[in-house]
Design a protein around this ligand. Sequence first.
Ligand SMILES: *Cc1c(COP(=O)(O)O)cnc(C)c1O
Length: 391
Amino acid sequence: MDISYIINELGEDRAQYYGSVTPPIMQTAMFGFDTVEKMREALVKEADLPFYTRGHNPTTYMLQQKMAALENAEDALVFASGSAAIGAAIMANVNQGDHVVCVQKPYSWTGKLLNNLLSRFGVTNTMVDGTNPQNFETAIQPNTKVIFLESPNSWTFEQQDIAAVAQIAQRHGIVTIMDNSYATPLYQRPIDYGIDMVAHSATKYISGHSDTVAGILCGSKEMMAKIFASEFMTLGGVISPFNAWLLLRGLRTLPARLERVSNTTAQVIDYLQQHPMVSKIYYPFLESDPQHELAKKQMLKGAGQFSIALETDDMETMERFCNQLNRFVMACSWGGHESLIFPACVLYTSANYGAATLPVNLIRFYVGLEEPEALIADLEQAFEAIITKVN
Ligand SMILES: *Cc1c(COP(=O)(O)O)cnc(C)c1O
């Protein structure tokens, strides 16, 4: 795969816009025509030709083509958020009375889509421990239409054996959808392992600058056309041309950013591994991780997200450690230039996030583009602050 060709050239035609090196932002709601015939043609091919920006916009279309190529998919659709992409993908494949098998502990709003929203329309689900592919097969019912994966998953980063689950689904004629936000298409390509559709929160690595919320869905032409004609156009959760342009800009540097993030993360984890206050690290590329072999089989490298458990169950110690960090912004999300932490103890006062499922001593990290030494020094002084207090 010629990644730099896809990122720099594919879908772009600079002669059409004065040789401008960067593409124009087609900030328009609709497009005009000289003849009835031309307007008729555009309306018939509303997904592929400029007619109305909810359906097709040339700036957004460049991003669609690049993302489809990177995921080795025939086609892609760009949404206003990752959640909109996931929602459309699942909804397009279920009817009232159907059933979904989903990996346990998916991204929180994926869980809410299944448990709170789709359940209102008679769509049931079973969430399974995804570390054993057999659990997916066991959960299949006669009315199962979708298997939903997220590998590695949010917070604890368990993986699913993508090829094994895809094979099970194919045997049963069930559609597979996978959230690939963690790894991006550069580090993991689920479609190559037999997955039908891949969803991304492009808010994360694709944007890469913490300034845009967006989602992308990749799959076959047939599946994307089906979703375009129903969920995509009817629910209308589309992105603005400007945000699509920001994602194109983010994509230009994705390989360089990911490599830097991956290398820095390895150094930060090396430091954390030898620290006596760290009781556990959740990272698929840790050699001692029970799924390390699977990680090497289906992912090229580890990304910047991992979690650690501290050697304490005291909320106050956790809060002190987190408050003490200066170089890690305390925030949700990840994938941008800046390092982040999301302490699980934050969830303990919020009814909205089903707190009790995560231990209070867990912190999710994202390592950004800072120098590894600066991040390690910051962690060191935060550990010192809690150790001094303990003694
Ligand atoms: C953030 C995230 C989402 C949701 O994406 P939005 O762009 O915030 O709607 C879905 N899956 C994973 C794994 C995420 O981290």
